[in-house]
Design a protein around this ligand. Structure first.
Ligand code: RIB
Ligand code: CA
Length: 309
């Protein structure tokens, strides 16, 4: 039986590739995509999610729009990474489908309630929707199998020296999620920066269907920020690693560790403070990804994307 999942996202180049990976993978059943403001505005993330699902010939998968801004702070988008539309690079037609009539958290609650088995949530953007879901529907935790989120880092950040973007964008929401007691797997920069993909695979990708062509164009744009910032000719496909861990459990090597979220210091706000060496007696609250075979994952990812009709 495929694992039922909901992806909560802010497409976003790597979000888009993560959604395509899920669609291309029989190990999971994508029940819906929810959107949040993050890489770009909620309007853009929602439109981009609809575009990606139609690109993959899956207009049947619902897209429900969620929070347009963080719980407390103002939204600061990442257009320097993903462009004005949040999905700059490929030219995709305007979507024919409309978003689901329910707000993302009501959609998630209804889907969790109705589904016969517990559902795995895969948040790959700021955690605003997940925090709101837990606050609005506290009993929903019974229907959540686990949360496999892209966010945080044991080591350096990427939005600031201390903080990774998804956690930095809404640290208060992250504190709610990491304090929820749910079975959390934290897929942070320590592993996603091992999952690097660049134009060297574009010929193979272009040999696939339209989806492969579009992923090649997404990569060409996405590499730009990473070339300027890190001197790389590849880009980390952050969000796809979180989906990959659900498709192939054990993809990332984890340790059960205590993770706290810094929500106040101006210099380190948004940092995931991971007790890597268990020097405190804080109770572990997340399975923190520490290592993975990045090239092997990228091979699997490209194969799945190329397999999309
Ligand atoms: O820090 C990487 C994360 O921030 C990814 O989810 C990317 O899409 C951006 O949202
Ligand atoms: Ca994202």
């Amino acid at each position: 039986m495929p694992t039922p999942i909901i992806i909560d996202s802010d497409p976003g180049h790597d979000d888009a590739i993560a959604i395509l990976l899920a669609i291309a993978s029989p190990e999971v059943e994508l029940l819906g995509v929810t959107t949040v403001g993050g890489n770009t505005s909620l309007e853009n993330t929602t439109t981009n999610a609809l575009k990606i699902l139609e690109l993959a010939n899956r207009p049947d998968i619902p897209v429900a729009a969620g929070a347009g801004h963080p719980l407390v702070r103002d939204l600061e988008v990442a257009d320097h990474v993903h462009g004005r539309t949040g999905l700059d690079g490929p030219k995709l037609p305007e979507p024919e489908q409309r978003p689901h009539h329910l707000h993302a958290i009501d959609f998630m609650a209804a889907t969790l309630e109705e589904h016969a088995a517990p559902v795995t949530l895969i948040p790959v953007g700021p955690l605003t929707n997940i925090a709101l879901l837990l606050r609005r529907y506290p009993n929903v935790v019974e229907q959540i199998e686990r949360v496999v989120l892209m966010g945080g880092a044991v080591g350096l950040g990427n939005r600031t020296p201390s903080a990774e973007f998804n956690i930095w964008a809404d640290p208060e929401a992250a504190a709610v999620v990491f304090g929820s007691g749910l079975d959390i797997t934290m897929v942070g920069l320590d592993v996603t920066h091992l999952a690097l993909l660049g134009p060297e695979r574009n010929e193979e990708l272009r040999g696939g269907g339209r989806a492969g062509q579009v992923v090649a164009e997404l990569i060409e744009f996405f590499v730009g920020f990473h070339r300027d910032t890190y001197g790389l000719e590849q880009a980390p496909i952050h969000d796809a690693v979180a989906v990959g861990e659900v498709i192939w459990p054990g993809l990332v090597e984890t340790e059960h560790l205590a993770v706290d979220i810094e929500t106040s210091s101006p210099m380190t706000v948004g940092r995931t403070v991971v007790d890597r060496w268990k020097v405190t007696d804080t109770v572990p609250n997340a399975h923190v990804a520490l290592n993975m075979d990045g090239p092997a994952f990228i091979d699997r990812l490209v194969t799945r994307i190329v397999s999309l009709a």
